[in-house]
Design a protein around this ligand. Structure first.
Ligand code: PRT
Ligand code: ZN
Length: 296
């Protein structure tokens, strides 16, 4: 048996973050052993073990050093930190990952007269996020009752369990179909890479390697390689329109002394509007392609 040191990461086994989290590791060149039914999955080509668990358990896996990295929603981490009496205080958010986006919001029935947060005084609020809600109410000096529910929070006003709710919202369709209106946003959330305090330098180096690969993947995903031909006279205008690009490469075009080829990495989305602006500034043969990998 090998005594090689292995980094351990906890990700959601099934649910909204599960597939994207596995895909992210795969994009980092980490290939996972077949079965996703088990708790533990060993990476084949990287000293990494993947724990497939419920998202709610990930902070505890980190706090007890069963795992050193984890991927979960900010909402889940911050809720544990709000409730955890310091137990989760040492966990650090390393990187937002750009998926699992949602917000934790106060929502009220259509006929509820909501003027401001003060309208919640003396009301009953149903939520699965007691810690974050209690903090928010305390910050705004609002005295209200909190009813904790594990699921189906959106039915609480209809069943007279509560006056209003505080729940996660992404598209808003759950609220709409339950006759509720979103009012205050308590937290904007997305999936994040979290770590504990890693003492072992070898494990810390592995965590750093995974983190920098994830950063590179996210950067490449958000970037595009753009190629176009530009009149020499409008080169400055064209460069100004290229979104988030550092110094573009400018090359001569064979047989043309009035035009050059411009190649650039744009670290922002390149939308139709941008392409139309480029064209309006004299560019032609505009080509935008995705970037697979990027390392400085
Ligand atoms: O089994 P396990 O405990 O691991 O999973 P879970 O059922 O607790 O969590 P899961 O998979 O539902 O969500 C995991 C994480 O995804 C959450 O902690 C959030 O960080 C993130 N996320 C993103 C969401 C949503 N969007 C979301 N819309 N989590 C839940 N919802 C629910 C919300 O609670 C409400 O019931 O979806 C409904 C609202 O959705 P819309 O689109 O109708 O607004
Ligand atoms: Zn959960």
């Amino acid at each position: 048996m090998s005594d090689e040191k292995r980094l351990k990461i906890a990700i959601q086994k099934s649910g909204r973050l599960a597939d994207m989290s596995i895909q992210l590791l795969e994009k980092c060149g980490i290939s996972l052993a077949k079965s996703r039914d088990q708790l533990l999955c060993r990476a084949q080509n990287f000293p990494l073990d993947i724990f497939l668990v419920r998202d709610d358990d990930i902070p505890a896996f980190l706090a007890t050093d069963v795992c050193q990295l984890g991927i979960l929603g900010q909402n889940g981490l911050l809720e544990k930190q709000a409730l955890g009496n310091g137990k989760f205080a040492g966990l650090r958010q390393l990187l937002p990952l750009g998926y699992g986006k949602c917000r934790l919001s106060i929502a009220v029935p259509h006929d509820f007269d909501y003027q401001s947060i003060s309208s919640l005084k003396g009301k009953v609020i149903a939520t699965s996020y007691k810690g974050l809600l209690a903090q928010y109410l305390a910050d705004h000096k609002i005295d209200a009752d909190i009813v904790t529910m594990q699921g189906a929070v959106e039915v609480a006003p209809r069943t007279h369990l509560a006056d209003v709710i505080c729940d996660l919202v992404s598209t808003g369709s759950t609220l709409a179909s339950n006759g509720l209106v979103e009012k205050d946003i308590i937290l904007e959330s997305q999936a994040v890479l979290v770590s504990n305090q890693i003492d072992d330098p070898d494990i810390a180096a592995l965590a750093e390697k995974v983190t920098s690969r994830i950063k590179a993947v996210l950067r490449a995903e958000n970037s595009r390689y753009i190629m176009l031909n530009s009149p020499i006279d409008s080169l400055d205008a064209i460069k100004a329109v290229l979104p988030g690009s550092q110094s573009p490469t400018v090359m001569p075009l064979q047989g043309r002394d009035d035009m050059v080829a411009v190649h650039a990495v744009c670290e922002e989305g390149v939308f139709w509007d941008t392409m139309e602006d480029l064209k309006a500034n004299g560019a032609n043969s505009i080509l935008v392609v995705p970037i697979e990998k990027m390392l400085d």
